[in-house]
Design a protein. Structure first.
Length: 353
């Protein structure tokens, strides 16, 4: 195990301690940024060690769920705070995660993988079920609130919110069962290259990497939250809406998965990239919505989940294009460019609504 992979998570948590202690200024902001990037690289390394020990698709599932759980904790803490726009935090974060992973991450993986390997193959029987569950989750939680009439605005009543949270758990839990138990082989990439034949790490090494993975992810989320005021200030100066802050933070939080997915695509293992990307989007909805629904009901906090018309159009376009991209089991850089253009449109229309 490289020495830097052992030192970086610990050092990043120490830097996070200074951040929580009130350290501020341009120099500290630079240190926080450097620690954030180093934590992302360390998280990717340790996730790959754990994945190699546990095998696919457990490795990608571990990284996706670990990042999402910490992201949920961050969203809930913001909901319980006193800042403005609390009712929209969960919606903006979940929608941003979907657009980032389904267009940004998927687009970059297909583009860079297509440039290197020309044509990339994956298993349709593994990606289509994930996309089916994603479409159902997104519609039930982000689209229906815009059209229900039992409560004013794009919101659910308490009973509707409870139903949405329970439905999200059922759908995500069933998908994880299919992915890891009943039809695990659907999500396995074809063995290729020396990596597929390398001996797995020992149980001790995997446990150490698992602990360091958690430390790295805590540092990523904590430092991202620490840097958010600076990001918010920059976005405010350019006249961007408040929802852009959620996008920026979501990008930082999703960096470990993004790096891991791109490395897999460059190694001609696009199935792992899709496991990470689609798994992250599913976990983002399947775990976040039940958590925020529980917090909203118990503490009586306002929660607005319905997307505006522009968001509805972009979500529908993303799902339609994703269906076409995943229909044949093969991709070229063309599909990557299409997804990236949709992602660029999402970012542009967020800044210029």
């Amino acid at each position: 195990m490289p020495w830097w992979s052992l030192a970086v998570p610990v050092a990043a948590c120490i830097v996070l301690g200074f951040a929580l202690g009130g350290a501020a200024g341009t120099l500290w902001a630079a240190i926080f940024g450097a620690a954030l990037i180093a934590s992302v690289l360390a998280a990717v390394h340790h996730a790959e060690v754990v994945a190699h020990r546990t095998g696919e698709p457990f490795g990608t599932l571990i990284l996706a769920v670990a990042v999402t759980i910490i992201e949920v904790a961050l969203i809930v803490s913001l909901m319980l705070g006193n800042g403005e726009g609390k009712a929209l935090i969960a919606r903006d974060a979940v929608f941003a995660a979907i657009m980032i992973v389904c267009n940004g991450v998927v687009g970059l993986c297909i583009l860079f993988g297509g440039i290197r390997h020309h044509e990339l193959a994956f298993r349709v029987e593994g990606t289509n079920p994930a996309l089916t569950v994603l479409a159902a989750l997104a519609t039930l939680t982000l689209v229906l609130p815009t059209f229900t009439i039992s409560s004013p605005g794009p919101t659910f009543t308490t009973s509707q919110l409870a139903f949405a949270g329970l439905s999200s758990l059922v759908l995500y839990g069933t998908f994880v069962f299919i992915q890891t138990v009943r039809h695990r082989d659907y999500f396995l990439p074809a063995a290729s290259g020396d990596e597929a034949h390398a001996a797995p790490p020992s149980a001790k090494a995997a446990l150490i990497s698992g602990a360091l993975l958690v430390l790295s992810l805590v540092a990523v989320v904590g430092l991202a939250k620490t840097l958010s005021p600076s990001i918010e200030s920059v976005l405010r100066n350019v006249g961007a809406p408040k929802s852009a802050v959620g996008i920026a933070i979501a990008m930082l939080v999703l960096l470990p998965e993004s790096f891991a997915a791109m490395r897999a695509a460059l190694a001609n293992r696009l199935q792992i990239s899709f496991n990470l990307a689609l798994g992250s989007a599913l976990a983002s909805i399947g775990l976040t919505i039940p958590a925020v629904a529980f917090v909203s009901i118990v503490f009586g906090l306002p929660l607005s989940l319905g997307l505006d018309p522009v968001g509805l159009v972009l979500l529908a376009l993303t799902l339609i294009v994703s269906v076409l991209t995943l229909a044949t089991g093969r991709t070229t850089l063309l599909q990557g460019v299409v997804h990236l253009v949709i992602f660029a449109a999402y970012l542009f229309l967020t800044l210029v609504p």
